[in-house]
Design a protein around this ligand. Sequence first.
Ligand code: SF4
Length: 446
Amino acid sequence: MRVFLDQLGCRLNFSENSTLAGRLNAAGHRIVGRAEEAQVIVLNTCAVTSQAARKSRQAARHLNRRNPDARIAMTGCYATLAPRESAKFPGVELVADNSAKEMLHTLLEPWSAEFSDPDDLSRIQPHGTPFAPASTEEEGGRTRAFVKVQDGCQNRCTFCIVTALRGDSRSRTTAEVVSEVQGLVDGGYREAVLTGVHLGAFGRDLDGGQRSDLKELTAAILTDTDIARLRLSSLEPWELADGFFDLWQRWPGRLCPHLHLPLQAGTDAQLRRMARRCTVASFRQLAADARAAIPNLIITTDLIVGFPGESDADFEEGLQFVEEMRFAHAHIFPFSARTGTAAAEFDGQVKKAVKRERSRRMHQVAARSGQLERTRYVGATRPVLWEGSGQPLTDQADTLLWSGLTDNYLRVTAQAPAGTDLSNRITPVRLDELHGETLYGEPLLP
Ligand code: SF4
């Protein structure tokens, strides 16, 4: 579904909306830059002063006038303080107090069935793309663009409907991709994210001289274009070319030290049932090799809990492996049977309540390891690409709040004087504190 996020108030609201945008995007929803385009509007309110509360009320009415068809979810301090009044505003169908904010993406999920776009396959991809979309021009600049380099997949993971719908892997040519990336650079983009249904299979289906692989494509882009940053999206944890991680040593400042490696399950028995082409040992080795070769690497993943046949013992073993892998973030999907996949017919379907409980525990483990990974960067300096156009603080008109991502995919918020334009710039930032999933820092400007 198409979601517009709006907020008033403090830097916490601002960074929460950034986090929410990432989560919604990871779940296959699209963040839009205008309320008029949205099916769902999330308003993160403020009540620090009576004026802030008044502005929150005005914003709710105004958003409904801009798009009377959209459903509005109100959250934040005003919604917590005045839930009944909040629920009465036209268009408001959900009021989530501050304690429910962390789960807001889940609370919105029931609406998605009504708004899903039948042509949009991203929601049925098991691993989706974990990367936040580029800021729209309206939000103040072109920052990150997605470049799809291949479609389809030869594998037949037993939970995955994508192959049935998308067919075998088909790649674009290297020349075509290189030219698109240079076009993005010319259009002002600073970061390109290479995506595909099975990105690691890129180029192997091409004939003759055009045959290639992801390592060659990455090298060609970094050699033949001026893109400031290149990021790889979800990569199945197998089939990577020999010396794949050498790429980061060759282009340390431009190739982002971030890998999204969908593990899906943390035991060999479950990986086999899923028909994944890796084992726990091969995944462990891959993560170790990557970490040894790429300084400051952040690894994120996807996990399925409650896959058919998952016993209590399987789950506990998988949980331990997930903890050992130190993922900075995990998208956790309770298994849901898709008609047309092998797993939908498997014996040993897991009860809903058990899946829910396993999902809760897996979230806890992932949140803990994510927190540990982020904490390692408090006190460090990392380059941040700033998105959007800076948000004024309710109570400090001379200061703007900026949000952006480090090269290794950490969400950062920083304040800067109103006259400083950080939009679409990459600047070093000293990371001072961690709150929730966001690091707060100070841009080190020349
Ligand atoms: S590798 Fe598996 S999960 Fe990924 S697209 Fe192919 S079949 Fe689906």
